[in-house]
Design a protein around this ligand. Structure first.
Ligand SMILES: [Zn+2]
Length: 87
């Protein structure tokens, strides 16, 4: 199925949007690795957020994104996501 036909919910604003408009963050537990916009070969628990500063900030409020992904809080991860936001 084409990416623009698949909808996912942003964890910050709870709106459904086409998957290709969102930032995907995936945690692979067995590799203990988190990737931002991973390729299709990287699997794991995933969250999606809009490419907006509002949703970015909201997603990190009270560590929401970390809790949903079940990963430790990480400034490195946060910066990685912020970098994608600025693209
Ligand atoms: Zn959003």
């Amino acid at each position: 199925m084409a990416d623009d036909k698949v909808f996912r919910k942003c964890i910050a604003c709870n709106q459904l949007k086409p998957r290709n408009e969102l930032i995907k963050i995936t945690f692979n537990k067995s590799l203990d690795e988190v990737k931002v916009n991973p390729d299709s070969k990287f699997f794991g628990r995933s969250v999606y957020i809009c490419r907006s500063l509002d949703c970015f900030n909201n997603a990190f409020k009270k560590g929401k994104l970390y809790k949903i992904l079940r990963v430790k809080e990480s400034d490195i991860l946060k910066e990685k996501i912020r970098a994608v936001l600025a693209d």
